[in-house]
Design a protein around this ligand. Structure first.
Ligand SMILES: Nc1ncnc2c1ncn2[C@@H]1O[C@H](COP(=O)(O)OP(=O)(O)OP(=O)(O)O)[C@@H](O)[C@H]1O
Length: 253
């Protein structure tokens, strides 16, 4: 649920990142409200992952500032990270651990009290239909089960800002539904969520607002209806709108 009276969950100003002489992110400004479900779209190589990795502190910006719930990620990285969870597109799990051991391990890293961690782990494993597998090693899990275990790990410290890179790629319909339902439920309970996806239906159905990145710049931003209005494309699907925008066919109305 979005509360516009609250300060933004994420505020990015003038963000840039160069890899050697290559500028992957070329000056992005972004403001995401508390409780907002935001979809970051863009062609391959647009700069989405680079942008999000800077937000979660895995990459240092070349220039610009990032504030997470008012904490500057450069000046106060630990406080910013405490608010945040990051689920990469290829999550790392410890294959020799069971999901329960993995969640207890991650909870330990966050310094969460063992009884609180145990309750949260149970709740997440039940919610993601992994409870019956809680004592099995992750090495025998399918891609979807591993993705769900990793998502549970991302949620164990109850983050206020959840950032997911391509969370639904390669998941079958049933597991994708479980993950989507959990994300929608979290958003409804006030968690701010940012995800990247190449699956247009996911963005169309799930998110409150869409940002489209191309060549390291924010090309367009708004609700689907606002984007349609801005570009004079009433009734267009997000896929049509997206393809027209990134090919330069769509112009502001
Ligand atoms: N570690 C790196 N070293 C050099 N160049 C990189 C590195 N990581 C990314 N890049 C380049 O930066 C640009 C942006 O990459 P990034 O991964 O952020 O894009 P993306 O929008 O997430 O793409 P995709 O949708 O394919 O995941 C690309 O041109 C990519 O080749």
């Amino acid at each position: 649920m979005i509360d516009p009276s609250l300060p933004p969950a994420l505020e990015i100003r003038g963000l840039r990142k160069s890899y050697g002489s290559k500028e992957a992110v070329r000056g992005i400004d972004l403001s995401i409200r508390q409780g907002e479900f935001y979809g970051l779209l863009g062609p391959n190589g647009a700069g989405k992952t680079t942008t999000l990795k800077m937000v979660v502190g895995l990459l240092n910006p070349t220039a610009g500032s990032i504030n997470v719930f008012g904490f500057d990620t450069g000046r106060d990285p630990v406080a910013a990270k405490r608010q945040t969870a990051w689920l990469p597109d290829e999550p790392m799990l410890y294959d020799k651990l069971t999901p329960l051991e993995y969640l207890e391990f991650v909870a330990g890293l966050w310094g969460i009290d063992a009884s609180v961690a145990s309750d949260r782990a149970d709740e997440l494993l039940i919610r993601l239909d992994l409870h019956d597998h809680r004592h099995e090693r992750c090495e025998g899990f399918s891609r979807g089960m591993k993705q769900k275990a990793a998502l549970a790990g991302a949620l164990i410290h109850d983050p206020r800002l959840l950032i997911l890179d391509e969370p639904l790629t390669g998941l079958d319909a049933a597991i994708a539904r479980q993950v989507k339902d959990l994300l929608v439920e979290r958003a409804r309970n006030g968690c701010t969520i940012i995800l990247t996806t190449h699956i247009m239906e996911v963005a169309e159905r799930l998110v409150d607002r869409i940002g489209i990145i191309q060549h390291g710049l924010l090309l367009a931003e708004g609700t689907l209806d606002a984007l349609r209005r801005q570009h004079g494309r009433d009734g267009a699907t997000l896929e049509d709108l997206f393809l027209d925008l990134v090919s330069g066919k769509a112009v502001a109305a």
